[in-house]
Structures are given as structure tokens and as C-alpha cells.
Design a protein around this ligand. Structure first.
Ligand SMILES: *Cc1c(COP(=O)(O)O)cnc(C)c1O
Length: 703
């Protein structure tokens, strides 16, 4: 019995469980209520369950389930016959060090903000599945990203519940002597100390640096307070800790990575510490730079200027003065490495420029974003034409099994397969689909939509409960009228992502009369569910949320348009699995890739998007819907009007009629043929297994 309990506890300490349907089930089964209250965190859950109860339950069938899952877990960890063993043995031997300011692995580990983190988490999981020796580096944010709630006016409020290491599947990293490993970095004239935590994600390891220790002055403890929190000064301190601290940690652990991957420019200071190590060997500066370049790869993630960190010369000087003098580099030389104009080292220091200058390869995250990035950074390569700028692309994907809810997982299991099999190739997916009837797929859609509606009902119940105590009664009444009004018979649209303004969440409300006619068409109605967080400093994004909340309270939309608070990985999974159509309305070409639409496909959802990010590569006219044809206008108003018009027309003439056109069994045959096409063409391409294989063969392996 004790063996089973030990096994269960061991399972909680590796996030592998988060993408294994049965593993998740064994935790949930212990207590569905505690599972929910603990934000699906098994470590927290088990703290509420006595050993007596565990013993009693393990004696029965439950114990056998633990054995089965544990066996699969150990087989997974010990599997030697992996993709990497065949195709990248060098990367079984030596690790890939992957640096990212955020990792979205599971909603219970709140060290992520949005898409960049989710991508990093999915990358880590696929690397583990493929057998690549993989090490992630990030920070341990004690408050994480904020928890969102709305006030009576629909204005976003933020609170920051602490996350306690005790309740997380992390352990302190100690040295051979049993003492905590402490990393020291120089910031301004101070020494800042960080301890390290280890989080296991399948075969991969994620290290989290943490300055929240007594050895530090209070303001340096706060470096590890919030994801993207604070001002420019906080940002540069976080980035020093991530980049320089991360390299030092690996060095102290004796880890010698085969390659350093900078996931976005936040971690680009890592190149300076590598440079320091080279210079300390006594090589020339040029040689040192070449050696660093030979070991680093860089992925850029956004064409939005605010997404690229820039620091003033004064701030750089203040922060780096001491560090730079210790490594033997001139301050002006440092500025040159990060200046957009090599002849002007008195302007801003740009992290992306540093990363581009000191990596052997660089890439954007979709075909279109690769093109945009080459144009955007051409001025750094004055001798090159746009098409010669050395920035390639690898299109983002998703980790299929992480994004499969239990219901969908069991559906494919019943058909003798898994979502990983569906993601292998177009032919494999078609062969599987040939044995799935339209009736099956339609029943899957109903089941998933019913689950989403049940979830919305519960979730709104909580939302209105705390709004009831926090705010005015008017809101309570609106929300109560919204509860229970979604119907699984109605075409359901989902929109959820960060509320960055370029994503234009409120676009569908541009013509309220027309939207009213669409939503309230008695024969062919529609309903929409929204969610998303705006960055705490982004008032324009918060205003978008407020606009949507206000629209949702109009009598004609009440109960048919809803906004769910506190978008996170858990809410995302509910939404992408339940909706019929996933809407995306970015201003082209601002969406570097986007991934949320890829998550909906294996659940039978269809994408409806501006031809931006990954969608122009994937869209074939039969596997979803497009808004316009990639038209761009200088004028924002013109662009919004044009795109809104195209969106309404597509809804009225294509999407809604196709959804409601039924055969004699009341099945929308044409709609389902689109679902089939979407699964067969999108799943095999837009997943992180394919993506990580591409990174490995194109960038990680030395040519
Ligand atoms: C997938 C995901 C995102 C990314 O969505 P985009 O479509 O890329 O904007 C952001 N946040 C969460 C919680 C997600 O799950």
C-alpha cells in the first residue's frame, strides 16, 4: 500500500501528469471539489487528504489505476527508443538550454502571462516527448501574473495571490555538499543572490531562479515578484537575472549545453556571460564573440515595437558599469552590440539587436512573420537585401496532448487512436478519420459544447458571487440573466487571448444593429464567449474589456454574449474544446503566429481569422474561414471597417448557413466535412512535435 502512495506522491512531482488523461483523472477522482478549489494542483490537493484515506482508497480499484499510470510514467522516463535517439543523438548526450521569461505549463504553476509562455511550455513538453535532453531556465515569480476580476463597470482589477513553493511541485537545487546552490549576479554596484528551484516536466528540467531570499536587500528580492511587473528598471534587473544568472547556474551545476536558445530577446544578456567566460580564457575579443555566436540561437516573437525591450544608455551604464569592468569589455563596445545603428552608440540598447548580433541563427514564428522580421531588421544588415537578411522562420505549434481535454481524449481513444497519432501526418489523420462517422463527430461537438456550457454556468456563478460582494447589484442581475442562457444547439463563437489592442477584441461590435440581427436570428442564432487579460499598464486594452462587458449587458445581447474573468490555461482549454468557431481579428501582420486557434482543431472546432500569423499557411478554403484576403490599409479606421464588413459577410453568407444546413438526420454534413479537413490538414502540421523537430534539424544540430 505504501508503495502506491509513494507512487502517487511521485506523480505529483513531475508535471508529466498534466498531459496524461488518466493521470489527471486519478487526482480529480480523489476529490473533484478539492481538485477544483486547488486550481487542479495535485500537490495542494494531497495536503488535504490524510494517509488513512489514501490507504483506504488504494486498497480498491483506485490502487490499480495508480499502478497503471505509474507504470506508464516510469516507462516514459526510461524509454530509450526516442525520436532524438535516432535523429539527434548529440542532443541526448548534451542538453539544449532554453531561456524564457515565462513558461505556461499548467494553470497551477503561475509563471506565465500569455502566448509566449504557453509556447515555451509546449516546446518543453514536446522536447521531453521526443527524448531531447532539454533544460529550461526562467524565474520563480512569487506572485506570478495577476488574477483578473472585473469591477461593476467591467473594468479589469488585478490581484496577486502569493504562490507558495510548498504547494508547488518544485524542489530546491542543492550542491553535492547538500547546501543550496546560490547564484550571484552584479546589478549596478550591488551583488544580488538567487537560489534555484527545479521543476520536472517529463524528462525535461526547468530551473527557476529566485531572489526572494534574506541575503538580498528588499528591492532586489522583488525582482522575482511578478511576471513582466514593475518599470524599466525592474525589467532590466529581471533580464540580467534570467540571462546572466541562468548561464551562471548551469555553469555551477556543471551543465555544458550544446546550444543556448533565447526564446525572445528578454534573455539576450546570457550572451554577455558567455562572452565573459570566453574572455576569461584569454582569447581575443573577436574570437570570443565568434565563439559565443557559434553556440546561440534566437527566436523573435513579435512585430509590435513594445514587444522589443529597449534600455537607455544611462540605464545601461548605471546597471552594467561594475559587471562590464569585471569581464574586460568596454562599455561602448557593449552599447555597440545592442545599438540599431552601429555608428551611434548613444541611443537605445535593444535586446533584439544584441540577440541577433550574438546568435548563429535567428527565426520568426510563421512564414509571414519571417518576412516581416527580415524587413523590420534589414537596417542592421546594410549590405544585404531584404530576402538575404538572416532571419528564417519556424511556425509555432501546440502540444497536442496537453491541449486535449479528457472528453476528447476518450473520444479518440474509443476510436483506437490518440491525438499524437492524428498529428503524425496528413495521411495518418485521413486514415483515422475514415473510420469516424459524421454522427460520431457531431456527437463529439455536442458533448464538448455541453461541457463548456456547464463550465460557464459554474464559473459565472463564482464570478457573480464575488461581484455581488464587491460591487453593485445591477451587475449581479445582468450576470444572473446571462447564466444558463447558452444553448448547445446554437452556433458558438469563442474569442480569448491577451487583450493587446492590435488583436482588436471588440471588432465584432462595430455595427451593433447588424450583430443584433446575426445573434438574434430566430432560425439561425449565434452566441459568443470572450475572455482575456490586458497587461496591468495597458489602459487601452482594459477599455476593450470594458466595452465588451458593456455590450454584453445590452438587452439584445444579454445571455448571448459573455465575458469570463481570469483567462488562464485552464479556461483556455475549456474554451478551445467547446466552441464551434474560434475567432481571431488581429491587425495584419501584427500577430507573429498565434497558437490558440491551433488548439481548437482536435476538438472539431473551426478557425475564423484574419489571414495573419499561422493562418495564411494553414488555410486552404476548406478547413475553416478567413476574414478578407490579407488586405492592408494605412488608415486604422479604414482597416477596421473593411475587416468588420468582411467578418459580418462571412458570418452571414458562409459560416451560419453552413452550420445550420442539415441532412435528414439533422447533421450538418458540409460543416463536418470542414472539421474533417481541418483535422487532417492542421493537426499534423501545427503541433510542437513538428516544431521542435524543425528547431532540432534546422537550428540545434551543428551543420
Ligand atoms: C494559447 C494561449 C494564448 C495564446 O493565444 P494567441 O492566439 O496566440 O493569442 C494566450 N494565453 C493563453 C492562456 C493560452 O492558452
Amino acid at each position: 500500500m505504501q508503495k502506491k502512495i509513494t507512487a502517487l506522491k511521485e506523480l505529483t512531482n513531475n508535471l508529466w501528469w498534466s498531459w496524461d488523461t488518466e493521470a489527471k483523472q486519478i487526482f480529480e477522482e480523489l476529490s473533484p471539489l478539492l481538485w477544483q478549489r486547488n486550481n487542479h494542483n495535485p500537490v495542494g490537493l494531497l495536503q488535504h487528504i490524510s494517509d488513512d484515506e489514501l490507504v483506504a482508497r488504494c486498497r480498491c480499484e483506485y490502487g490499480e489505476k495508480i499502478d497503471r499510470v505509474y507504470e506508464r510514467f516510469t516507462a516514459y522516463l526510461n524509454d530509450k527508443d526516442t525520436w532524438a535517439a535516432k535523429h539527434a543523438p548529440e542532443l541526448v548526450e548534451k542538453t539544449v538550454a532554453y531561456f524564457s521569461a515565462e513558461f505556461g505549463i499548467h494553470e497551477s504553476v503561475r509563471i506565465y502571462s500569455g502566448g509566449l509562455g504557453v509556447l515555451a511550455g509546449d516546446h518543453l513538453k514536446s522536447a521531453s516527448d521526443l527524448g531531447i535532453n532539454f533544460t529550461g531556465i526562467t524565474l520563480f515569480y512569487k506572485e506570478g501574473y495577476f488574477r483578473q476580476y472585473l469591477n461593476h463597470d467591467g473594468w479589469q482589477m488585478e490581484d496577486y495571490p502569493l504562490q507558495d513553493a510548498e504547494n508547488l511541485p518544485i524542489e530546491k537545487v542543492t550542491g553535492a555538499d547538500g547546501k543550496d546552490i546560490i547564484v550571484t549576479v552584479n546589478i549596478a554596484q550591488s551583488e544580488v543572490f538567487a537560489q534555484a528551484w527545479r521543476l520536472k516536466v517529463g524528462r525535461a528540467t526547468l530551473y527557476l531562479l529566485d531572489t526572494n531570499i534574506p541575503a538580498n536587500e528588499p528591492h532586489y528580492r522583488d525582482i522575482c515578484c511578478r511576471v513582466y511587473g514593475g518599470d524599466q528598471n525592474m525589467r532590466i534587473n529581471q533580464e540580467i537575472l534570467l540571462g546572466i544568472g541562468g548561464v551562471k547556474l548551469l555553469d555551477q551545476l556543471g551543465v555544458q549545453p550544446a546550444v543556448y536558445h533565447m526564446n525572445e530577446g528578454h534573455s539576450a544578456f546570457l550572451t554577455l556571460e558567455l562572452l565573459a567566460m570566453e574572455l576569461s580564457k584569454g582569447v581575443s575579443e573577436k574570437e570570443a564573440l565568434d565563439n559565443v555566436r557559434a553556440r546561440c540561437v534566437f527566436t523573435t516573437h513579435t512585430p509590435v515595437p513594445a514587444g522589443h525591450d529597449r534600455f537607455s544608455r544611462e540605464m545601461m551604464h548605471y546597471t552594467f558599469d561594475k559587471y562590464i569592468s569585471t569581464i574586460g569589455l568596454e562599455f561602448d563596445e557593449l552599447m555597440r552590440l545592442g545599438s540599431e545603428d552601429k555608428n551611434n552608440i548613444y541611443g537605445l540598447f535593444t535586446m533584439t539587436v544584441l540577440a541577433l548580433n550574438l546568435s548563429r541563427s535567428a527565426n520568426g514564428v510563421s512564414k509571414l512573420h519571417g518576412e516581416v522580421s527580415r524587413t523590420m531588421w534589414q537596417h542592421l544588415y546594410t549590405d544585404k537585401k531584404i530576402e538575404e537578411v538572416p532571419i528564417g522562420h519556424i511556425t509555432n505549434g501546440i502540444h497536442a496532448s496537453s491541449w486535449t481535454c479528457g472528453y476528447t481524449g476518450r473520444f479518440w481513444q474509443k476510436h483506437g487512436t490518440t491525438v499524437d497519432n492524428l498529428s503524425l501526418s496528413h495521411e495518418a489523420a485521413e486514415a483515422i478519420l475514415a473510420n469516424v462517422t459524421d454522427e460520431d463527430l457531431w456527437s463529439l461537438r455536442y458533448g464538448l459544447k455541453r461541457n463548456l456550457i456547464d463550465f460557464i454556468d459554474r464559473y459565472l456563478g463564482n464570478q457573480l458571487f464575488h461581484q455581488h460582494i464587491n460591487s453593485y447589484y445591477s451587475d449581479y442581475n445582468t450576470l444572473r440573466s446571462a447564466k444558463n442562457t447558452f444553448s448547445p444547439d446554437v452556433l458558438t463563437i469563442g474569442f480569448a487571448r491577451r487583450f493587446a489592442t492590435y488583436k482588436r477584441a471588440p471588432l465584432i461590435f462595430r455595427d451593433l444593429g447588424r450583430l443584433d440581427r446575426i445573434i438574434n436570428n430566430p432560425e439561425m442564432p449565434m452566441q459568443i464567449v470572450f475572455a482575456g487579460k490586458a497587461h496591468p499598464h495597458d489602459d487601452a486594452g482594459k477599455d476593450y474589456i470594458r466595452q465588451i462587458v458593456h455590450h454584453s449587458r445590452r438587452p439584445e445581447f444579454s445571455g448571448k454574449v459573455i465575458f469570463l474573468e481570469n483567462y488562464n490555461l485552464g479556461v483556455a482549454k475549456r474554451m478551445v474544446s467547446g466552441v464551434d468557431v474560434w475567432l481571431n481579428t488581429p491587425v495584419r501582420p501584427m500577430e507573429a503566429s498565434g497558437t490558440s486557434g491551433e488548439k481548437t482543431v482536435l476538438h472539431g472546432g473551426l478557425n475564423f481569422s484574419v489571414l495573419d500569423g499561422w493562418w495564411p499557411e494553414a488555410y486552404n478554403g476548406k478547413n475553416g474561414f478567413s476574414i478578407g484576403n490579407g488586405e492592408s490599409f494605412e488608415n486604422h479606421e479604414e482597416q477596421d471597417s473593411f475587416d468588420a464588413e468582411k467578418m459580418y459577410t462571412a458570418l452571414e453568407t458562409q459560416i451560419i448557413p453552413a452550420y445550420y444546413e442539415r441532412n435528414e438526420l439533422n447533421i450538418p454534413v458540409k460543416w463536418i466535412s470542414k472539421i474533417r479537413n481541418a483535422i487532417a490538414t492542421i493537426a499534423p502540421e501545427y503541433n510542437t512535435h513538428r516544431m521542435v523537430k524543425d528547431y532540432t534539424t534546422k537550428y540545434y544540430l551543428k551543420k
